[in-house]
Design a protein. Structure first.
Lengths: 496, 424
């Protein structure tokens, strides 16, 4: 959640401008009626003034989605989702936000405070209508996604000078149709899985990044997602293409205000790395996990996949997952290019009634490809957390290597921690190594900390941060600090 | 739990052969199999093994054991492989039927067989898995063995001989029950051999009472065209030990599914095994070890040596229930790929609901280590010999974990015999 002051401008714009495609202020007009059918898709497509090929692409996805079933292999349980009871399109409009922080849910503010977010940013995050903002500070470019439409993008100019395209994907469809057409769905095909097909049919917006040959992106790119309107599923689509010898670091952070209903989120992220290119994709996800009784919370069913197309390309996923009622997410790498490298670093924390089934897939296709998986799972309360990861060595992946380490930590005796690795090798000279452990916080370590005057909660926080160190150190700095605090907050009330 | 969706292949070829009327267990099994069908790839529990091909084979019920020379040859073969010679007690089944003539019943233990057409009320869920359901519908005979309290039953050979003279493909589904009462002991060497096209689908219902001890080593050396689908349901009580080992050598398609439950504190199980496959063989070792009580220990080491276009599958789950605090579980799974066409698919799984546990697993896949080969070569050992040393050392590591010396010797002999044949 790299929330920075620039975003406030965005918020402001949100509040003041009417939607540029001319929606009227009538509520019925800027939210599509509930339900999913070809008309809904045509509506989305026409609202976004999309070219014919994209509409066809969406319809093809929708038609295959109709034939598909929800996956049942993940270790998550939820009541059946009524896909007809969701608004598939909501454009932002002026709505009365809280006038000051006094009007904001104190529970939410307490969380912000613990995260160490400056007051004015807290106001921004809580959706407080703010007066004229200050100057931009941090060198982080933000493409703010509010519900379904990316409304503003900062630092466009700096990026443009470097030749980097960073804009909402709906805009990219208008301005760079050839690029979008070439790469959209090339990593996650429309028929890939149930949720990806749904996303392809109804995605409303997301980010598009294109880094041309030899360019090192001059700043960290970030998208700041937020679920805002009631009952609107979020169907973001992100596409990042990095050409030969280029590199980019992309940060994605999420938060959502307290909410009662379950909200569906089915995003798709596609990464393409050409020869010698490198992409670092970092996520901190702390969406509303539901209350301590398991009511409400976000359903986060995400498909993230990167293709290392060129030789020596590299894709690195780092994620800190603390939020959502249900997480279903497997950021993957297809290691096609000779000598390409895939990495996955993950911390998943579940508390109360949260359920997480997350992991990665490393598909080794090219020769001498390498992958590293480090996954740390922490379960507390009555939650269930599963690491599920696939390592596949294809027949041509000679000399390829994988190393996987999965560690689970259980806090309390009412939670569950599960490890489900899939190891498939069809090449003799490929080597796969996997190790996993499950344990609880050691009494000795806890005693040591307590004896030195740390409260039990602080001690647990310290130990947990140590447990996750291998992953946290992979995060860009502005995320790392926040992530540490986030871990501690997520585990509140789980000890003692 | 996820609902099981009917995505399998129509199993009517088997369902039509079973008479399930008037038997609730068989009825339940048939309903289940009718619903889920024969698994094909895509069902999570059968992710890597498909039984699709079975639907097209016109299996018939195996004829009653015939007294033919082929059976004697096979029996002699297994005695050679196992090293358990003429003196040892043995129970012989031919095509799934008890063969009194070839058996030499042991003393001190109670041996009987399943009366024709009946099914013991053994508490095994007939609809828990496909292998069990198939056996429940079609079981005709089986060993019923009880080691009385405090008795050392010594070493017993259980032999299954398949398809001796019949021309048509047959299937047989013996249902064995092995009970070790309080403080009893038994070493059971269980070997399957055969010729021709047949399906051997044995079920083992195993109970080890307080302080009991059962070492159960299986040598699966079925004929080349055979299909072997075995399932073991083992329950171990306080302080009991169930030490199991499966050596997979034969059959074109095989799967051994072990469900072992640690029911009371202090119980321990070993679910070890090795699969040595070549040609186009497909071997699957699947296990679920359930820690249903605190202070139990489970150990699992599985090794695969795969050459040609063989495919090895290992799916192992350790399930630690909420109550099973102080669990000590360890699982290791290794595969050696000796050719580029070979494939290993492994899914070692931990499902843990108790916090004060020590559970870990490890897995490695790869070719023979170049450094180790170089070490041996640099000391003047020829390439073939060096490879042989390394492969056998790799296997020795797991066979050595068998607790009972007699069974260990037998398995080592079987591995050596396999290797000799492999080199030839």
């Amino acid at each position: 959640m790299p929330a920075v002051a620039e975003t406030r401008k965005t918020v402001e714009t949100l509040g003041q401008n009417t939607y540029k495609w001319g929606f009227e202020t009538d509520i019925e007009m800027d939210i599509a009626p509930k339900g999913l059918n070809e008309d809904t898709i045509r509506l989305i497509s026409s609202r976004k003034k999309e070219p014919e090929w994209l509409l066809e692409w969406r319809l093809k996805a929708y038609r295959s989605w109709l034939e598909m079933r929800e996956p049942t292999w993940a270790k998550v349980h939820h009541p059946p989702i009524d896909y007809q009871d969701v608004h598939y399109y909501a454009a932002p409009r002026k709505k009365p936000g809280p006038k000051s922080l006094e009007e904001v849910d104190p529970e939410l503010l307490r969380t912000y405070e613990k995260l160490g977010i400056p007051l004015h940013e807290q106001a921004m995050l809580a959706g407080v209508e703010v007066p004229e903002g200050q100057e931009a500070r941090a060198p982080v470019a933000v493409d703010a996604v509010f519900d379904s439409v990316s409304v503003a993008t900062t630092f466009r100019k700096t990026l443009q000078e470097a030749g980097v395209i960073f804009c909402p994907i709906s805009e990219a469809v208008q301005e760079y149709p050839e690029l979008v057409r070439k790469y959209l769905g090339s990593v996650v095909p429309v028929t890939d899985n149930f949720y990806a097909a749904l996303n392809a049919a109804v995605f409303t917006d997301g980010s598009f990044v294109f880094v041309p040959k030899g360019v090192r992106c001059p700043m960290e790119l970030s998208t700041y997602f937020r679920i805002n309107a009631r009952n609107t599923g979020q169907f973001e689509r992100t596409l990042i293409v990095v050409e030969d010898g280029a590199s980019v670091s992309y940060l994605e952070g999420c938060t959502a205000p307290m909410r009662d209903e379950n909200q569906l989120h089915a995003a798709v992220v596609e990464l393409v790395a050409m020869e010698d290119a490198s992409i670092k994709y970092s996520t901190v996800q702390n969406w509303y996990p539901g209350d301590e009784n398991g009511r409400g919370g976000i359903y986060n069913f995400v498909t993230k996949r990167g293709a290392c197309r060129g030789a020596r390309s590299k894709i690195s996923w780092t994620q800190v997952e603390t939020g959502s009622a249900i997480t279903w997410k497997y950021p993957s790498c297809i290691l096609q290019g000779e000598g390409s490298v895939g990495e996955f670093y993950s911390v998943a924390v579940t508390n109360n009634h949260q359920q997480a089934d997350t992991g990665t897939k490393m598909i080794h296709i090219g020769r001498n490809t390498r992958s590293t998986i480090i996954a740390k799972t922490i379960s507390a309360g009555q939650s269930d957390s599963t690491y599920r990861g696939l390592v596949r060595m294809m027949p041509k992946a000679s000399g390829s290597r994988n190393f996987t380490q999965c560690d689970s930590l259980l806090i309390g005796d009412r939670c569950g921690a599960h490890t489900v690795p899939y190891i498939e090798s069809r090449n003799m000279s490929a080597r796969v190594e996997h190790e996993a452990t499950t344990s609880k916080i050691s009494e000795d370590q806890l005693f040591y900390c307590r004896q030195r005057g740390l409260s039990e909660e602080d001690a647990v926080g310290l130990i947990v941060n140590g447990f996750c160190k291998d992953v946290l150190k992979e995060l860009p700095m502005e995320f790392a600090v926040e992530a540490q605090k986030l871990l501690q907050i997520s585990l509140e009330g789980s000890v003692g | 739990m996820n609902a099981i969706t009917p995505v399998g292949v129509n199993a009517s070829a088997f369902l039509d052969r079973g008479d399930v009327t008037g038997n609730a267990q068989r009825q339940k099994a048939a309903d289940f199999l009718r619903h889920v069908g024969l698994p094909r790839v895509g069902v999570e529990a059968w992710k890597y093994t498909s039984l699709r091909a079975l639907a097209d084979v016109p299996f018939t019920t195996a004829p009653h054991a015939a007294d033919d020379a082929a059976a004697d040859t096979l029996l002699a073969e297994i005695e050679t492989i196992s090293g358990l010679g003429a003196g040892a007690s043995r129970v012989v089944f031919v095509n799934g039927y008890f063969d009194a003539g070839r058996s030499r019943l042991p003393k001190g233990v109670r041996v009987s067989t399943l009366a024709a057409g009946t099914l013991p009320d053994d508490g095994i869920d007939p609809a828990g898995d496909v292998t069990t359901a198939l056996n429940t519908i079609l079981a005709r005979d089986g060993l019923d063995l009880v080691v009385p309290a405090g008795v050392d039953g010594g070493c017993l050979l259980l032999v299954s001989i398949g398809q001796t003279e019949a021309a048509e493909p047959v299937s047989f589904h013996p249902r064995h029950r092995i009970v070790v009462e309080k403080g009893g002991r038994l070493a059971l060497l269980d070997a399957s051999v055969g010729r021709g096209q047949y399906l051997h689908n044995p079920l083992y219902d195993i109970a080890v009472a307080d302080g009991g001890y059962l070492s159960h080593a299986r040598i699966q050396a079925e004929g080349k065209q055979a299909v072997h689908l075995a399932v073991s349901h083992a329950r171990v009580a306080a302080g009991g030990v169930y030490d199991s080992f499966t050596l997979t050598l034969g059959a074109s398609l095989s799967r051994h599914e072990v469900h072992a439950a640690l029911m009371q504190a202090g119980a321990s199980v070993h679910v070890n095994g090795a699969q040595l496959l070549s040609g186009h063989q497909h071997g699957d070792l699947t296990s679920v070890i359930t820690h249903a009580a605190p202070d139990c220990v489970s150990r699992q080491t599985i090794k695969n040596v795969l050459s040609d276009h063989a495919r090895g599958v290992f799916q192992g789950k350790i399930l630690v229930e909420r109550i099973a605090q102080k669990t000590d579980g360890y699982q290791m799974n290794q595969a050696l790929l000796l050719s580029d066409g070979a494939e290993i698919d492994a899914k070692p799984e931990l499902e843990i609901y108790a916090d004060d546990v020590k559970c870990s697993h490890g897995a490695t896949v790869g070719a023979l280590d170049d450094d180790q080969l170089f070490y041996l070569r640099s000391r003047g050992i020829p390439d073939a010999a060096a490879r042989s040393i390394l492969i056998r050392a790799f296997l020795h590591d797991v066979v050595d974990q068998i607790d009972d010396q007699r069974l260990k010797d037998s398995l080592n002999l079987a591995v050596e015999a396999w290797w000799t044949r492999e080199v030839a």
